[in-house]
Design a protein around this ligand. Sequence first.
Ligand SMILES: C[S@@+](CC[C@H](N)C(=O)[O-])C[C@H]1O[C@@H](n2cnc3c(N)ncnc32)[C@H](O)[C@@H]1O
Length: 330
Amino acid sequence: MFDGVSGRYDLLNRVMTLGQDSAWREAMWRGVPDSARRVLDLCTGSGTSLTGLLRPGRTVLGVDVSLAMLRVAADSLAGAGWAPRLACADGFRLPLRAGSLDAVTVAFGIRNLRPRREALAEIARVLVVGGRLSVLEAAAPEPGPLAPFARWWIRRAIPFAGRLSPDPSAYRYLSESIFEFGSGPEFEADLAAEDFRIVARRSFLFGAARLWVAERRPPVGQKATEPADVAQGAMFDTGDSAQARSRGARVGDEGAAWRLLQAVTSTALAAALVWAVSMWLKVRDDLPLTPPQRLGGSILLVGGLVVFAARSLIQWLRWSASRDGGVRHP
Ligand SMILES: C[S@@+](CC[C@H](N)C(=O)[O-])C[C@H]1O[C@@H](n2cnc3c(N)ncnc32)[C@H](O)[C@@H]1O
């Protein structure tokens, strides 16, 4: 199925997440300790999450079962001066030794891996004890004032946008699988059952997407004894990583300030257009214009207002997603 949608996947992903997915991915990346040396992005698809995992001295591996998606990833990363290792493999049978990774990320992929507990057991197998799992996933809306809109977006808008894709049935599946995944408690129970301890969680866009950062606990009855470099890879606050994190926080602050500026500018333009539309409605009949010219003026002003109102909403959502640089700890 993913082979069939690989060509337009990234574009549709942008549309369906209202352009928010990059901010959410940034939060997922922050769930990976800077000191992690061997990191797997599972269900990597077109590789959108790979570049943000890049760190000096780190090996980044992207695994997906769809060869066509991996081709898109290879093409988009060609010429970037950096080649992540891509492998076509099944998430249930990873071609990796036990305990060979310091961290695993999965963006919008865990929903597809069923039975989920088996997939989590395989991830736990390849992670060192204390290793991190950072999962970003689209979730079913929880009850609340915006739940009807969110349900409409997933049930109607996503399958509708999917008509642009060569395989619209894939987007119906996508919509159904979000409801099947649930709003989170079921996933958290599976994490706990497979020896993961949740260390941070976040919710984005009123719960439309969620992030979990979990740590692999030692299996029951086994003590956590790992080589020093591996244990360091699993920690957040070594000296170097603290420095890198403070650098990251500065970059995050600048990103948030820039998004705030964009949001304020867009809102000011939208407000100016509200005023312009109200003036236009008052005076347009008195102006020496032909009916087509009046219609054109109305379309331009009202269209501009709709565009800038939507843009302002998106900019404020982006700003709110980037404002809190880190992941929240429970
Ligand atoms: C919704 S896409 C997400 C792609 C990417 N992570 C992103 O954030 O855009 C889900 C991906 O999971 C992959 N996938 C599904 N089942 C898989 C499995 N059993 N093993 C590995 N990858 C799988 C699909 O091929 C697809 O590329």
